[in-house]
Design a protein. Structure first.
Length: 89
């Protein structure tokens, strides 16, 4: 079967700038580790639109929302180069 890594949009709420984006990168790396062992995996973010906002929506656009969206776009553009803070490999 497929190994799911499930996140909730509520986990993307934080008073600290950058924490939600860091969490996404950590979960993505967890999924990558599972895949490197030859198993299938999916990273699922439940209700992402509630936590990260929608195009043209009225959700407050905070620094964390911007960083979450930028992190997801970066992962989409460079899926094999996802680094965590303090990692330089």
């Amino acid at each position: 079967g497929i190994n799911p890594i499930v996140m909730s949009a509520g986990e993307l709420e934080s008073g600290n700038a950058g924490e939600p984006a860091k969490l996404i990168r950590q979960r993505y790396r967890e999924a990558a580790d599972i895949i490197s062992k030859g198993k299938m995996c999916v990273l699922f973010i439940n209700d992402l639109d509630a936590g990260a906002g929608r195009m043209g929506g009225t959700t407050q656009y905070t620094v964390n929302n911007q960083m979450v969206n930028a992190t997801l776009m970066n992962i989409a553009d460079n899926p094999t180069n996802v680094q965590l803070p303090g990692m330089y490999n």
